[in-house]
Design a protein around this ligand. Structure first.
Ligand SMILES: Cc1cc2nc3c(=O)[nH]c(=O)nc-3n(C[C@H](O)[C@H](O)[C@H](O)COP(=O)(O)O)c2cc1C
Length: 154
């Protein structure tokens, strides 16, 4: 059975929708192996969604100096159920931020450390004016993660 990658992407704008689509395209690219990838909004994620998955990508915006409320709400609802249940699960992160993104990166790294998940690459911070290259960066992150999972590296 192929491994399963859950892409949890908050996509409140045209640009962030393009990033979510790029993540799914990267994870399902033929060069990424035989990974089953699913894209969900954090609003639609429930704790049980992680039972059937082998890795996660979290894509969020930074709003008012923190991760999007949608992403935070997911952790608020699921954190207790996820604690001690998915140790060493590989996770990738991308953050779309108008100016900064640092506070969101720190917060996510802290949560992921507490959950004892395994960050497989440095969080991707896409800040400043929009660049089309951001789509490629997210796609590469997802492709690399899927390929690593498929090869048994992660
Ligand atoms: C209410 C609001 C608050 C925001 N706060 C921040 C912030 O604290 N730091 C930051 O870097 N960007 C901030 N942004 C910018 C968003 O991160 C950015 O608009 C979002 O990622 C969507 O990207 P896009 O404009 O390319 O579609 C904020 C945007 C909104 C609407």
């Amino acid at each position: 059975m192929p491994k399963s990658l859950l892409i949890i992407a908050h996509a409140p704008s045209v640009n962030t929708s393009a990033l979510a689509d790029a993540a799914l395209a990267g994870a399902t690219h033929p060069d990424a192996g035989q990974i089953a990838a699913v894209l969900k909004s954090p609003f639609d994620v429930a704790a049980d969604d992680l039972r059937a998955c082998d890795g996660v990508i979290i894509g969020t915006t930074e709003n008012i100096g923190y991760m999007a409320g949608a992403t935070k709400d997911m952790f608020d609802r699921c954190y207790d159920d996820w604690l001690d249940r998915h140790e060493a699960m590989p996770v990738g992160i991308y953050i779309r931020a108008g100016r900064d993104g640092t506070a969101t990166r720190r917060a996510l790294e802290s949560i992921i450390g507490a959950l004892r998940w395994r960050l497989v690459a440095a969080p991707l911070i896409l800040h400043g004016d929009w660049q089309d290259a951001y789509r490629d960066q997210v796609s590469e992150l997802a492709m690399g993660m899927a390929a690593g999972m498929d090869a048994g590296i992660f």
